[in-house]
Design a protein. Sequence first.
Length: 292
Amino acid sequence: MLHQEIVVENQRLAREADIYRLVLKGTVADTAQPGQFVHIKVGSTLDPLLRRPISVAGINRPNGEITLFYRVAGRGTRLLAGVRPGESLSLLGPVGKGFTLPTAGELLLVAGGIGIFPLFALVEAVDRSQVKVKMLWGGANRDFLEAVGRETLFQMGVDYAVASLDGSMGQPGLVTDLLASELNKKGVLVPETGEGNLLGSDAGCPEDWGRKAGFSVAACGPRGMLRAVTELCIQAGAPVEVSLEERMACGVGACLGCVCTVRTTDGALERKRVCQDGPVFDGREVVWDEKD
Ligand SMILES: Cc1cc2nc3c(=O)[nH]c(=O)nc-3n(C[C@H](O)[C@H](O)[C@H](O)COP(=O)(O)OP(=O)(O)OC[C@H]3O[C@@H](n4cnc5c(N)ncnc54)[C@H](O)[C@@H]3O)c2cc1C
Ligand code: FES
C-alpha cells in the first residue's frame, strides 16, 4: 500500500484559484479506480506528520501514471506545490472505495467546485460508446470555472453544462438547478409529497430501488450540495453515489477520525470510515442530518 512515486509534473495551472496538476509515475496506476484517493506525505521530515488526501483524477495504466489536481488550501498543499519533477513522493494508496462504473444507459455527473477532480477519472474510465455521459458543474464564477478545469472538460469531449453563482458563465445559480432541469427534461422528477421520502427514512432503501431509472448519478462537492443532489435523485427514482470529504488522519481505517453514519438496507444505523468504506457512498444511505 505504501509507494514511492516519481514526480513527472507538478505544474501550476491557474494563479487565481491556486490549482496544480501533479503527475506521478509508479505502481498506484496499476490498480487505481475512479473515486479512490492517495494519501500523500507532503514533507521530507516528520512535520507535518499527517498525510494529505488527494483524489485520483486521471489513470494512465500503460504509462504507470496517475494525475492529481489540487488546490493550495493550507500548509500541506503549499509544501506539495514546491515539489519538483524528478523528486519522489511517498504515497499510501490507492485508498478507499470508488464509484461504480456503469456499462449501459446514462451517467449524469454532478460536480461542485473542485469536486470535479475525481469525476475526471470517472469520465475517462466509462466506455462512452455504451454509456451516455453528461457533466453538470457549478462554481462561483467564470474565472473559477476556467481556472479549475473547463479546458480539461473540453479536451475530454464530454457533454457538459455549467452554472455559476454570479451568472458570469452558463446558467445563473446552483449546479442543483441544472440537475433539476435535467431531471425535469426527462420527466422523472416527482414532487415530494412528504410520504415515502427515503432521505433519513427509518425504513432504509429497498434493494431494487432505482433499477428502472435507465440512468444513474455520481456527485462530488460540498456536503450541502451532495445532500440536495441525493434529494433530487430520490424524487427522480435514480441511483446516486456521492463522494464524501472528511478530515483524515491515518487513512487506513485505524484512527476513526473520519467516520460518518449510514443507514443500511434493513434500516440499521452504522458508523463507517470515509477513508476505507468510502469516500464513495450510496447517497440514500448517508445520514445527512448528522452534521447539519
Ligand atoms: C477523500 C478526499 C479527497 C480529496 N481530494 C482532493 C483533490 O483531489 N484536490 C484537492 O485540492 N483537495 C482534495 N481534498 C482536500 C484536501 O485533502 C485538503 O485540501 C488538504 O488536505 C488540505 O491540507 P493543507 O495542509 O493544505 O491545509 P490545512 O487546512 O493546513 O490542513 C490541516 C489539516 O486538515 C486536513 N484537511 C484540511 N482540509 C481538509 C479537507 N477538505 N479534507 C480533508 N482533510 C482536510 C489536512 O489533511 C491536515 O491534516 C480531498 C479530501 C478528501 C478527504
Ligand atoms: S482517517 Fe483514520 S480511520 Fe479514516
